[in-house]
Design a protein around this ligand. Sequence first.
Ligand SMILES: C[C@@]1(CC(=O)O)c2cc3[nH]c(cc4nc(cc5[nH]c(cc(n2)[C@H]1CCC(=O)O)[C@@](C)(CC(=O)O)[C@@H]5CCC(=O)O)C(CC(=O)O)=C4CCC(=O)O)c(CCC(=O)O)c3CC(=O)O
Ligand SMILES: NC(=O)C1=CN([C@@H]2O[C@H](COP(=O)(O)OP(=O)(O)OC[C@H]3O[C@@H](n4cnc5c(N)ncnc54)[C@H](O)[C@@H]3O)[C@@H](O)[C@H]2O)C=CC1
Length: 202
Amino acid sequence: MVARTPLLLDLAGRRVTCVGGGPVAVAKVVPFATAGAEVHVISPTCHPDLAAVATHHERQWQAGDLATTPPTWLVVAATGVPAVDDAVHAEAEEAGTWCLRIDGRGPVAVPSVIRDEDLLVAVSTGAPALTKRLRQHLEATLDGRWADAARTLAALRRDPGVRAALAEVPPAERRDRWRRAVDAALDPSPSPPSPAEVLHGR
Ligand SMILES: C[C@@]1(CC(=O)O)c2cc3[nH]c(cc4nc(cc5[nH]c(cc(n2)[C@H]1CCC(=O)O)[C@@](C)(CC(=O)O)[C@@H]5CCC(=O)O)C(CC(=O)O)=C4CCC(=O)O)c(CCC(=O)O)c3CC(=O)O
Ligand SMILES: NC(=O)C1=CN([C@@H]2O[C@H](COP(=O)(O)OP(=O)(O)OC[C@H]3O[C@@H](n4cnc5c(N)ncnc54)[C@H](O)[C@@H]3O)[C@@H](O)[C@H]2O)C=CC1
């Protein structure tokens, strides 16, 4: 078992290089482009859905391809050709670049994701087919009030008025107000307390 550590990455404006342009590359890399990554594909062929969101270099992988300006943050080894994916992976380790291998043999892997604006649930198991089934099960059973609460509370967390009000109270009181704001946001009663009022201490 590979014990991978879950992290949340902000890829906006960051360089992602994808070696290979087949259907699996599409599934992995289109979401990175949607998240704002600057995606370059190095591959003799490139699926149109990937070409639509990336710069396509129509050729095979060459040693030195990760020495880019700006630097490559993440490389996806997506040829399915072991010798090529090995070469990409080795160069990534040398350069300190994260490497997602679609054959599962790299340090980086993508989870299954349920996303509704500020709410994100990520799932991983040792078996991708089970991961997908669990994601579908959670999606079908996840109550919409969690996403509603996330939307409300994340907006309040960014609100300068709320930040200013909370800056004036000691950390223990701040934590208590957030805990009560969560209770308010999840309160199913017809006229629940307002999370904003709770955070302002009113
Ligand atoms: C390690 C990882 C690396 C990575 O790709 O990041 C990886 C590797 C491999 N996947 C393989 C096969 C399949 N992958 C899927 C589906 C998904 N695979 C995803 C992620 C991951 N797949 C990473 C770890 C995930 C984790 O930790 O749980 C998901 C979750 C996310 C996504 O792709 O967005 C997405 C579901 C999205 C959703 O929720 O819908 C299905 C199901 C289907 O297609 O219906 C199958 C066929 C059934 C099967 O084989 O299990 C093979 C064998 C290929 C072969 O044998 O030819 C390998 C290589 C290997 O490790 O053996
Ligand atoms: N991680 C996952 O979720 C999954 C992984 N897989 C694995 O993915 C692989 C198949 O992926 P597909 O996208 O279907 O493959 P594919 O064969 O359709 O695409 C491979 C791509 O790599 C390119 N390529 C080949 N040699 C190259 C080189 N030297 N330099 C640059 N590009 C090169 C090809 O032109 C093509 O665009 C298999 O190894 C399978 O085990 C399969 C299903 C799911």
